[in-house]
Design a protein around this ligand. Structure first.
Ligand SMILES: C[S@@+](CC[C@H](N)C(=O)[O-])C[C@H]1O[C@@H](n2cnc3c(N)ncnc32)[C@H](O)[C@@H]1O
Length: 205
């Protein structure tokens, strides 16, 4: 964490001033966090899904909206010890429990930040990869969030988005996807009954 210019941390006691659009109710989130259920529904197999995330030694990856950490363990393992993973979520308590849970799990060096995806605590061009696992749909301003993604990604950096269709409806998605297609190069699209997965790259300068 010291090498990076991170502007907030879990030691910051104030919960960032984030107002959500959609909020997944806690009970529903607990239910859909069951790996078995997600697997049966056919839309989430973290180790498999995360193969689209590039890894090269020295990569700085931020998971924006890590919540209960459904993807974080697999992402940490996938990236490996030569890389850095920053888990970010507005909830300081979620970040604290994630820190405890992942302590000792082999993989990437970790930082845990309480923060807002619409105002990322990174300098321009600092991140190699940004990963959003069903979190963009909860952000109060998804367009601002994607402009932030563009600001903090280095040229050539990768943006990986998993979107939950029932919440991020076509009407809500359309302006976001239009902005993404304008700012980034689309590399991969896949869609299932429950989700859409998009991989973009920030154009090299
Ligand atoms: C449906 S949960 C998904 C969590 C986790 N990635 C998963 O797949 O289980 C949505 C997450 O987005 C987070 N979130 C909501 N608003 C946010 C914001 N403005 N910036 C970053 N994350 C946000 C929530 O706190 C929550 O953890």
């Amino acid at each position: 964490m010291t090498e990076l210019d991170l502007k907030t941390s879990t030691t910051d006691p104030a919960r960032p001033g984030v107002r959500g659009g959609w909020r997944t109710p806690d009970r529903l989130y607990r239910l859909i966090s069951s790996p078995v259920l997600r697997m049966i529904l056919g839309w989430d197999l973290p180790r498999y899904d995360l193969r689209v995330v590039e890894r090269r030694a020295g990569t700085v990856c931020m998971e924006v909206g890590s919540g209960g950490g459904f993807y974080t363990t697999a992402l940490k393992t996938h990236l490996g010890s030569e890389n850095t993973l920053i888990a970010l979520d507005p909830s300081p308590s979620a970040m604290q429990s994630l820190r405890h849970r992942l302590d000792g799990v082999p993989g990437a060096r970790m930082s845990y930040l309480a923060g807002d995806g619409c105002k990322l605590p990174l300098a321009d061009d600092q991140a190699d990869t940004l990963f959003y696992g069903y979190s963009l749909e909860e952000m109060p301003d998804p367009l601002a969030a994607m402009r932030e993604a563009h600001r903090v990604l280095r040229p050539g950096g990768e943006l990986v988005l998993f979107l939950w269709r029932p919440v991020f409806t076509r009407h809500r998605r359309r302006p976001v996807v239009a902005l993404l297609d304008e700012l980034f190069e689309r590399r991969r699209t896949s869609a299932g009954p429950q989700n859409i997965r998009l991989v973009y790259r920030k154009p090299a300068e």
